[in-house]
Write a protein that binds this ligand. Structure first.
Ligand SMILES: [Zn+2]
Length: 368
């Protein structure tokens, strides 16, 4: 599969090259190396204990790791008291648009992240239906970012987005998923609030399959968001069934992360079982009072699924709070269906308002 982006800059080389290190390897020793990093605490990332060592780098490869390298380095970096590790992979990002604003990705590189997985939670900038292209271009023009203005008209699909990234050049490696909400909008229209028909699922599968051929690494869903909330499990199984032949992942912001988390987790596992795809649960959490104490049950559910042959993994925030849109948390899908204008009409209608308020109160009460 295609890996996007060029890793440039000394820090990035430094981290990512360590990913090439194979314990016990023996390379021809040389008198000098272009770069030697001395005295760092090397953690290879394979679970083995770390060790204090010198690391020699030539071109794009690590060529020697030893407690003391006798050769001289054209450049020598002193790393005593610092850790040397392979570049970290940030499994869950929404950098798909932002990467053009800060293409060096300094904020990631400085944390040791050299690979970002983008287009999570079903959201992203492509695919775009031909009828939507102009609207997308207008949004990009408003943003005032030159790269977006130049390229967005061409971001109809994964390939064009990937080409734009490569032309523009970015500081980290990018692993691109196909965002389900955007995929769905491109076939059913942006304001769809119903199940997809068989023909529409087939059309989505075609777009997804093309993206996989063009180097995407999987499909992401955001089933608490519009219009993914309206998708059936069958639709998701159908789409995910494209993935196994590419050994790609189905990464899911599951349908519910509060009262119905366990049900939502069951759905994600069912999608894995039925489609044969690898399932990745995004930002797994036991959110809200009703979930207090549920984390063990969630983890054992996944352990059981693994025993049954479902390939499931998960990532987690490094902080306790979560971040998302207010509407996805305190409004139900039926209240949001059809876009913002329709939602506001419902708020204004006295009869509908009477129905909305107690349900919103109930959702708020579930929160911590
Ligand atoms: Zn999410």
């Amino acid at each position: 599969m295609r890996r996007l982006g060029l890793c440039t800059g000394i820090l990035c080389v430094f981290f990512s090259l360590l990913g090439c290190y194979v314990p016990g390897f023996a390379a021809a020793r040389e008198q000098s190396y272009p770069l030697i990093i001395r005295g760092g605490f090397v953690i290879v990332g394979d679970g083995s204990k770390g060790m204090k060592a010198d690391v020699a780098v030539k071109g794009e490869r690590i060529v020697e790791v030893a407690s003391h390298i006798k050769a001289k380095g054209d450049v020598e970096l002193q790393a005593a008291g610092l850790v040397l590790a392979p570049g970290f992979i940030d499994m869950h990002t929404h950098s798909d648009g932002g990467i053009f604003r800060t293409p060096l990705s300094d904020s990631k590189i400085r944390q040791g992240v050299t690979t970002e997985v983008i287009n999570n939670c079903g959201s992203g900038d492509f695919p775009i239906a031909p009828a939507e292209k102009n609207r997308q271009k207008r949004q990009a023009t408003k943003s005032g970012v030159a790269a977006l203005e130049q390229n967005s008209a061409g971001w109809y699909n994964f390939k064009e987005y990937a080409d734009a990234l490569e032309q523009y050049g970015v500081g980290v490696n990018i692993v691109g998923l196909v965002p389900h909400n955007r995929l769905r909008s491109s076939v059913l229209g942006p304001k769809s609030s119903r199940h997809a028909t068989e023909a529409e699922i087939a059309a989505m599968k075609n777009v997804l399959e093309q993206a996989m051929r063009d180097g995407a690494w999987g499909l992401s869903s955001g089933l608490e968001y519009m219009p993914g909330s309206f998708s059936s499990t069958e639709e998701l199984v159908g789409l995910a069934s494209i993935l196994p032949q590419y050994d790609a992942i189905y990464a899911s912001h599951i349908r519910n992360e509060a009262k119905d988390t366990m049900k939502a987790l069951d759905e994600a596992l069912l999608i894995g079982r039925e489609s044969g795809a690898r399932v990745h649960i995004s930002h797994i959490k036991a959110s809200g009072r009703t979930n207090w104490g549920q984390s063990k049950a969630m983890l054992s559910k996944m352990a059981k699924a693994r025993e049954q042959g479902i390939r499931v993994s998960e990532d987690q925030y490094p902080y306790t709070a979560s971040s998302t849109s207010l509407s996805s948390q305190i409004l139900k899908p039926w209240m949001r269906a059809g876009g913002v204008d329709k939602m506001l009409q419902r708020f204004k209608d006295p009869e509908t308002r009477k129905k909305i308020l107690p349900e919103v109160a109930e959702l708020i009460a579930e929160k911590d």
